[in-house]
Design a protein around this ligand. Structure first.
Ligand code: ATP
Ligand code: MG
Length: 499
């Protein structure tokens, strides 16, 4: 029998209008990696926040290392040896990496913490080296990719004297390589007796890295199983009961002779975007594959007018001048950013306000459309996407991570753009909702004649959704492959070829 390090019994938590946890049980063994899975809004993050004292539970008991445990806040949990890496990054963007690492526990020897900058940088460097992370402590956090920022958060948690590490969707923003690094770190920690709770919607990962799986559904405890005794289908069954399956594409659905809706020629923006040229056709889903740092997001930002760029763009055969996102939106381009917190959502506004935010002009010329009609529109789309929220007036900040992502998608669907750029659209989205989003994307191109550019780090997703696959490597477009000719091997070869 293995040692129990942590047990939670009969945990209950209500928010206004939402019964988020309904008597949930959870047991964690020393040194095990334990997956916590369930649909968006199932209660995973809430359970972890109740555990670390971020907010109080309504009832139930937690035992940690044999004693009753009731932390009044995350600091107290951390001091006891329980660290949490949150789903939404939670750091100071204007500070350096090292400053973020040591925030709240700056070197006490000096009176002013910034005086010990050098010592901090040195300690950060050692930590990254130990964790095998290639990150410069002196860089500003805002200059790092989301993936790298996530790594800093993990390093920050690991640097404490740990007994339990909670990782709330750490892999959502990471590339395959970074995930391998993360898994190596996790295995190493497990060997040292650290127990981990691992939340992820990537079910394949769960089979690879975890020992046991606990499933939540709608705030209820469904069960706990040994990972090795559980197939992916059984896991999905425990989570949702059923999943609509959107068939992968084996051939292009774009009709012969479909017009080119956008032509990009020699787009340049720094070293991440070098001489990018491609065409997008009506009714097409053009996938963009590549490794992290290949320049896909930068290319789309340049195209969208978010960054300084040079080059030529034609929309429907006419030369387009795009100098800002507002210009891009006027040309009918919508951009769903990979970083929803920074670019996609106003967290303190309601679901409804976010959904209609960029659509005022189309929906209500001269603002005449009554509020209740606008609500109908946001109602329709949030229902289509099955956004889990007690009402349209709920503040977006209070939604679960995956449901926030759905609101961003709703926003661009309502905006009625004819060209949609989706940057990692299904990051953090559960299996069921993922299929729904795939289905919706296919409908948008096939029934409504829109065109979609989809960036995804999940090669499977690119291969099942795209009519053609564009591949980037180190700022260059290294190839565009028809879906009939695209395979994992072919795409990976292009993603690592220097062109
Ligand atoms: N502060 C809050 N105020 C109101 N409701 C909340 C709050 N935090 C969470 N909820 C609600 O509680 C439910 C559970 O949310 P939770 O964040 O735990 O889901 P999750 O399982 O982590 O989902 P995801 O996979 O999308 O991250 C959701 O319906 C969510 O909207
Ligand atoms: Mg969550």
């Amino acid at each position: 029998m293995r040692n129990v390090v942590l047990s939670m019994e009969n945990i209950d938590k209500r928010f206004a209008g939402v019964h988020a946890l309904k008597g949930v049980d959870f047991t964690l063994y020393e040194g095990e990696i334990h997956a916590l899975v369930g649909e968006n809004g199932a209660g995973k993050s809430t359970l972890m926040k109740a555990l670390t004292g971020i907010f109080p539970k309504d009832s139930g008991e937690i035992h940690f290392m044999g004693k009753l445990f009731n932390p009044q806040g995350p600091k107290e949990a951390l001091d006891a040896g329980i660290a949490i890496v949150h789903q939404e990054l939670n750091m100071m963007e204007h500070l350096t990496v090292a400053q973020n690492l040591f925030i709240g526990r700056e070197s006490t020897k000096r009176t002013s913490w910034w005086l010990d900058e050098k010592g901090q940088n040195q300690r950060a460097r050692e930590l990254f080296k130990r964790l095998n992370m290639n990150i410069d402590p002196e860089e500003k956090l805002s200059d790092l990719t989301v993936g790298k920022q996530q790594m800093v958060e993990i390093a920050k948690a690991v640097s404490h004297n740990l007994k339990v590490l909670i990782l709330d969707e750490p892999s959502a923003a990471l590339t395959e390589r970074e995930i391998d690094d993360l898994f190596a770190i996790m295995r190493d920690l497990a060997k040292k007796g650290v127990a981990m709770i691992y939340i992820s919607h990537r079910l394949d990962e769960i089979g690879v890295i975890t020992d046991r799986v606990t499933v939540l559904r709608d705030g209820e405890y469904v069960g706990t199983k040994e990972t090795k005794d559980l197939t992916k289908e059984e896991m999905i069954n425990m989570m949702v009961g059923r999943v609509i399956y959107e068939k992968p594409k084996s051939h292009s659905n774009v009709p012969e002779g479909a017009p080119v809706v956008m032509k990009v020629e020699n787009l340049n923006a720094g070293h991440q975007v070098q001489n990018i040229s491609f065409e997008l056709r009506k009714g097409e889903i053009l996938g963009f594959a590549g490794l992290m740092g290949a320049g896909r997001t930068e290319t789309m930002r340049a195209l969208f007018g978010a960054d300084n760029a040079s080059g030529n763009i034609w929309i429907n055969g006419k030369k387009a001048i795009i100098e800002s996102p507002i210009d891009a939106i006027r040309y009918g381009i919508g951009y769903l950013s990979e970083d929803r917190k920074r670019f996609g959502l106003a967290l303190n506004l309601s679901v409804h306000e976010n959904a209609i935010m960029s659509s005022f002009e189309d929906l209500s010329p001269k603002f005449l459309l009554p509020q209740k009609d606008m609500k109908k529109v946001s109602q329709e789309y949030t229902e289509k996407l099955k956004v889990k929220t007690p009402s349209l007036d709920q503040i977006v900040k209070n939604l679960s991570g995956g449901n926030q992502q759905k609101v961003v998608i709703a926003k661009w669907l309502i905006k009625n753009s004819s060209i949609l750029i989706f940057d990692e659209p299904t990051r953090g989205i559960d299996v069921g909702a993922k299929s729904e989003i795939y289905h919706l994307m296919n409908e948008l191109v096939q029934k409504e004649g829109k065109s979609i550019i989809m960036i995804s780090s999940e090669l499977n997703e690119v291969l099942r959704m795209s009519d053609r696959v564009a591949v980037m490597c180190e700022g260059k477009l290294t190839g565009i492959v028809d879906i009939e000719d695209a395979s994992q091997e072919r795409v990976m070869a292009l993603a690592t070829s220097r062109g």
